[in-house]
Design a protein. Sequence first.
Length: 87
Amino acid sequence: LAEGLTASEALERLPRQTLMLYVKATQSLIFNHVASRRLREFGTEPRIGDLVLAPSETSSSVTTRRLADVMEIAEADLQHVQAEDLV
């Protein structure tokens, strides 16, 4: 910006790794704000619409789970999920 560049032009001059660092930091900031608001407004109890780890027939290890193993809680699921299952 000091060289008379627009913000967009200045961002284009950043190394890709530096730019990605800013993108990931912004994603983390947004996630933290959303998670904080959810906890403040609804507490830690699972609610309809939350995402939880889906039951898995092949593996119970969280480290081997994939995104496909995540499901949205429906009303019928509320009695079967716990706060520890929230994603």
